[in-house]
Design a protein around this ligand. Structure first.
Ligand code: GLU
Ligand code: MG
Length: 413
């Protein structure tokens, strides 16, 4: 365990952000001066739970955030400040609805079964004008804007800075592009253990916004900011590995190079997809992305059916290569911790119950929808919440305290 105070002194850090992500994915923190870091690290940073989206009341005792120093990062845009994810406790016990805790429980369950879950996430976003709804670059107006080099390079001060920042943090960034909507971008960094990726995903959302503000722009991860443009996905690439570092999803003898284990996991994803949507597609706007039919670029690139394909982007799950599955369902409103937790819970059920994903769909689901062969995705957040309420297996895996807290908040806003 890294000594926070020593880390701070060695790196010339003046303050440390003790941070947590609430149920709606909002990142919250206390800024602690170095002189107080040791004390706060031992006692926990105190938060009033009701003041965040944690489904608590004003009468509840303080939530304490205890730092997990494996998550320590120095802010690339403010190098005298460090950030650490905290694990939330109340009365000496874990806060069971805390998203990071929910993910950790699922990861421990996987480890008990001999599996280590690795993920990579694609956090698409728009760059908008500060305080406005328009995209920040008025010249970014091609009808097919994907990979537009000029529009990408007009954002180079920000995008290049973000790539540098991720490099500095050791995330292994390897590409950035202009995405399929005007004003939309994506930066990719290397996959890692799911908790590491979740912390990075949470941090990335804040880093992108903070650095965009320095360049006079605003970031939006909303699932569908513009009806006529492609929305923001948060595709999750994932695989299970054993303790020796072998990818258990890979098997050269299996269809498309994936193992029987990977197909069972996939069976779990398809089985639980309607309920998963409550977590992967949590807001009303999520269903404008999923239900969207036409965009000026010609495609939404988002799924409408509970189906899977090979290297085919029109289905809910894509098999891009012989190493992993890509869940294309989730959007930018998904919580960085609950997204992998829910995917893992669904996949492990597929493994435990030997679920068969059925045959692969090779057609273009946009022009040739799998009617009669696959179920449609929920059409609204209400439908997804109903499916979540009815999915006993997923609920048991994620824990009732979490499920009830989450439902209470989602139904009240
Ligand atoms: N933006 C698309 C979505 O909403 C995904 C585009 C892509 O394949 O990168 O899922
Ligand atoms: Mg993309």
């Amino acid at each position: 365990m890294t000594d926070l105070a020593r880390f701070a002194t060695d790196r010339g850090i003046r303050h440390v952000l003790f941070s947590f992500t609430d149920l709606f994915g909002v990142q919250r923190a206390k800024l602690v001066p170095v002189a107080a870091v040791q004390e706060v690290a031992a006692a926990g940073a105190g938060f009033a739970g009701f003041a965040a989206w944690l489904a608590m009341t004003p009468a509840d005792p303080d939530v304490l955030g205890l730092p997990d120093t494996s998550s320590l990062m120095v802010l690339p845009w403010q190098r005298d400040v460090a950030w650490v994810a905290t694990d939330l406790q109340v009365g000496g016990l874990p806060l069971e609805q805390s998203p990071r805790w929910v993910l950790k429980c699922q990861l421990e369950r996987a480890v008990r079964l001999g599996y280590h879950f690795r993920t990579g996430v694609e956090a698409e976003f728009f760059l908008l004008q500060p305080g406005g709804a328009a995209i920040s670059d008025g010249d970014d107006s091609q009808s097919k804007p994907c990979y537009d080099q000029l529009a990408l390079m007009r954002q180079y001060p920000l995008i290049g800075g973000l790539l540098d920042g991720m490099g500095e943090l050791g995330w292994g960034p390897y590409q950035a592009d202009h995405e399929d909507a005007n004003g939309q971008f994506e930066l990719n960094w290397t996959y890692a253990d799911a908790l590491v990726t979740a912390d990075r995903h949470a941090f990335f959302r804040v880093m992108a916004q903070a650095m965009a503000e320095q360049h006079g722009a605003r970031v939006s991860f909303s699932p569908k900011p513009f009806a006529s443009l492609t929305g923001n996905g948060a595709h999750l690439h994932h695989s299970l590995w054993n303790a020796d570092g072998h990818n258990l999803f890979h098997d050269p003898r299996g269809p498309l190079g994936l193992s029987a284990l990977a197909y069972k996991f996939l069976g779990g994803l398809l089985e639980h997809a309607p309920a998963l949507c409550a977590l992967t597609n949590p807001v009303a706007e999520s269903y404008q992305r999923l239900g969207g039919l036409h965009t000026t670029s010609g495609s939404t690139w988002s799924p409408g059916w509970i189906s899977y394909g090979g290297n085919n982007r029109t289905h809910m799950v894509r098999i891009p290569d012989d190493q992993r599955l890509e869940l294309r369902l989730a959007d930018g409103a998904a919580n960085p911790y609950l997204l992998p937790a829910a995917v893992l819970a669904a996949g492990l059920d597929g493994i435990e119950r030997n679920l068969d994903p059925g045959p692969r769909e090779d057609a273009n689901a946009y022009t040739d929808p799998p009617i009669g062969r696959a179920r449609p995705l929920p059409g609204s957040v209400e439908e997804a919440l109903e499916a979540f309420a009815a999915d006993r297996v997923l609920r048991q895996a994620l824990g009732e305290p979490f499920c009830q807290a989450y439902e209470q908040l989602r139904r009240q806003v």
